[in-house]
Design a protein. Sequence first.
Length: 578
Amino acid sequence: MRIDSFLGSIAGKALEEVTGQAGSPLLKATTDPKHGDYQVNGALPLAKALKKNPREIAEPLAKALEAHPAIEKAEVAGPGFVNLTLAPSFLGECLSEMARDPRIGVPKIAHPTRTVVDYSGPNIAKQMHVGHLRSTIIGHAIVETLAFVGDDLVRDNHVGDWGTQYGMLIAGLAHFGGDPHALDLAGLEAIYKQASQLSNDDPAFADRARAELAKLQSGDTENRVLWERFVAITRSELDKVYERLGVSFDTWHGESFYEPMLPGVVEKLESMGLARRDQGALCIFFSDEIWADAPAKLKKQEQPFIVQKKDGAYLYSTTDIATLFHRQDDVKAVKAIYVVDSRQGLHFEELFAVKKKLGIAVECIHVGFGAILGMDGKPLKTRDASGKTITLMSLLEEAEARSLALMKESGVDLPESELADVARKVGVGAVKYADLRQNRMSDYQFDFDKMIELKGNSGPYIQYAGARAGSIFRKGDIDRSTVGVNAAVLDDPAERSLAKQLLRFPDVVYNAAADLYPHYVTDHLYGVARELSSFYERCPVLKSEGAVKDSRLTLVAVARAQIERGLSILGIQPIERM
């Protein structure tokens, strides 16, 4: 059951019963016990319309709400708020239902939406670095959340595998020498770096690189074989990073996949009069009369949205338009979500305006995010002092090493082989959680010391809370599936406080799916972990007896299940022992 939705429905009906008018109950959960468990603020806006004092509405509203069996007490406070306290019996029944439900109270949506989520998007012939972290793990958390509530998901890795850099690589390989079958990704990246520098210094080499690109794009067999080798080398290394992160995709449709469609995109834009030639390039000028209905921000843009260069080459803007046609016509997507750095916001505003003009019906959402900062408060560098790329894999390996050292220092009693596996889960989980606990629109500081802590709002702390909950069932030799048969009895304030936190999980998941904010889930898990800690201090579990023991086991079982599921939604592996 979605408790917020359930109570909101009750409050809305009571408000209409009291006033004779429909209105929003403006229900919100409270954190201060003095204000009850929930607060209804709906009397205030209706009072103005009815020309009444808000308390004239709030007082009969409180009486109507208190008559419902789910509510123990409803009190008028302030200018016209109604503070609700939930009945312990209602909490106990809901908690036991949640314990028996494999989905922990989270219902599946009635009408799934065919949704493409476009995330990660690294470039071929380049190693993944810290700049790829946020798109990859935020995107993964979003698809896991949407999949859990029941949407029909297509996870797409739109890789950069077509364009100028491949002409440089082919020309660079010929110029500097080397066996493409002996190259690894680091070697490929080194050749590209050398070729890029030489292209800047030597116009003749730059011309050769452009000629090699033209040959590739026109179907030259030798260049195509080299390009396929570059892709295979990169894909092999990318797969290792994704395996370490626990991230997977349904499709890998790179820019090359859409290349045959690009002439048609250009022709359509020209035939509809949406784009025109300017100094040889095909451009969309949002200041043109045909774009009179475009957003004002775009109409003020001096720089055009270029879809074809004067030499005939296409840009990623052209590819993105072709991608939308494919997602509508072939994938049958209703919605497309792009998990891409906020700095690309203008590009997506322009793309979505073009999409609308072309009659593409797919609903498009840009899920932006802030930057990762170093300890100096500046964007985290992707290269070290020597100019060497700081790869994403090296960051994950360091996180695992640090988590292993922390557990050894903390005296974690596990066999060496199991300790290494736990360290990997904790290290990768710490990096993910530190990112996902932020409002994704915010910048955040990458700090290993704070990430890998067994206290506070950190991944290891949440994983430990889950492991501790699981250990209670191991120590008592109790099957978790046997709890929740009877309604939980919640006599202690710590029991009720934990129960109320747990009952919010379904709404948290739905809100995270609706707003595309993974930090809603991390906030909830941290709340569960803290409430569990307070609960353990006051309420012995295995030493209790009868209905009290059953009830406390139900609380722990639901808490453990929510931590497991919540971490899974975030792409983090729970820990059995820690």
